[in-house]
Design a protein around this ligand. Structure first.
Ligand code: IPE
Ligand code: IPE
Ligand code: MG
Length: 257
């Protein structure tokens, strides 16, 4: 899909929302938090919250496709989430593998490219197979990129990039003085993508939890108290409207157009 097609979608969405097309973010990163609290508040088990949370992902991704968003990254499992009870981790791994199998036809239908952000080890083989197959099958698509940050840790991502660059310098492939923002960005999972414009966190916590630290350098934040399983398209539109109201200055005295 060329830039024109994204732009056409942004023009239509902007008109619906009463904003300008350039006020729609290109890259949105979501911290899908609050599945556990959603379940507990209803007297349900935590895993039921995860199940419900998974159910809303598809409609949200489709909404983002329709809005002309180019990159949507969903924080699905952090490297720190391995600390959780084994039953919960096992359930989540089962859920991701099954979910990826199920979502593939819809990704093809919506022309979505799929990407995995995170280390492979120690993800179970079924999850790796499901991730790899989804990446492979959707690689023919050229619409929105949907990234799953799964077994993801931002500091680890940066460490891996620095190690590769250090090795390249040692091997004489790169001059240390040539290591710049571009060189580091090119070694992250998001190589070649624009920086994150908007971070959305559900369930009210005002923290970043080791998510895309490099990529969010100048991102706008939107935090809502709504728990992830209740995050509807209307809630997403609220996030987009809030983003549109921001003046992004990037250190300048006035907003960048
Ligand atoms: C987010 O919901 C899902 C994952 C981290 C996998 P939580 O499970 O963190 O829900 P809370 O924060 O306990 O409510
Ligand atoms: C962040 O949520 C990770 C995901 C949404 C997958 P957490 O629930 O793990 O974050 P903390 O522990 O509240 O910082
Ligand atoms: Mg949480």
């Amino acid at each position: 899909m060329d830039n024109h097609s994204f732009e056409e979608k942004r023009i239509a969405t902007a008109e619906c929302l009463g904003i300008e097309p350039n006020q729609i973010p290109r890259h949105v990163a979501v911290i899908m938090d609050g599945n556990g609290r959603w379940a507990t508040e209803r007297g349900l088990k935590r895993f039921q919250g995860h199940e419900q949370g998974a159910k809303i992902v598809e409609s949200l991704a489709t909404h983002c496709v329709n809005c002309g968003i180019e990159y949507l990254v969903l924080y699905s499992f952090s490297m720190q989430n391995w600390k959780r009870p084994k039953e919960e981790v096992d359930f989540l791994m089962y859920l991701y593998a099954a979910y990826l199998e199920g979502i593939r036809p819809s990704l093809m239908d919506k022309n979505v490219q799929f990407a995995h952000l995170g280390r492979r080890e120690p993800l179970p083989q079924e999850v790796l197979d499901a991730l790899d197959k989804t990446v492979r099958v959707t690689s023919v698509n050229d619409g929105m990129t949907l990234g799953f940050a799964l077994n993801y840790g931002s500091r680890t991502e940066i460490i891996d990039a620095v190690r590769t660059l250090a090795q390249d310098a040692k091997d004489g492939k790169i001059d240390p003085q040539a290591i710049d923002e571009q060189a580091i960005g090119d070694h992250l999972y998001t190589a070649g993508w624009p920086d994150v414009d908007l971070v959305v966190r559900t369930s009210g916590e005002m923290r970043i939890s080791n998510y895309l630290l490099w990529q969010i350098s100048y991102a706008e934040f939107y935090v809502t108290d709504v728990h992830w399983p209740d995050f509807s398209l209307e809630e997403m539109n609220k996030a987009l409207l809030s983003y549109a109201s921001r003046q992004r200055r990037f250190g300048d005295t006035k907003a960048k157009k």
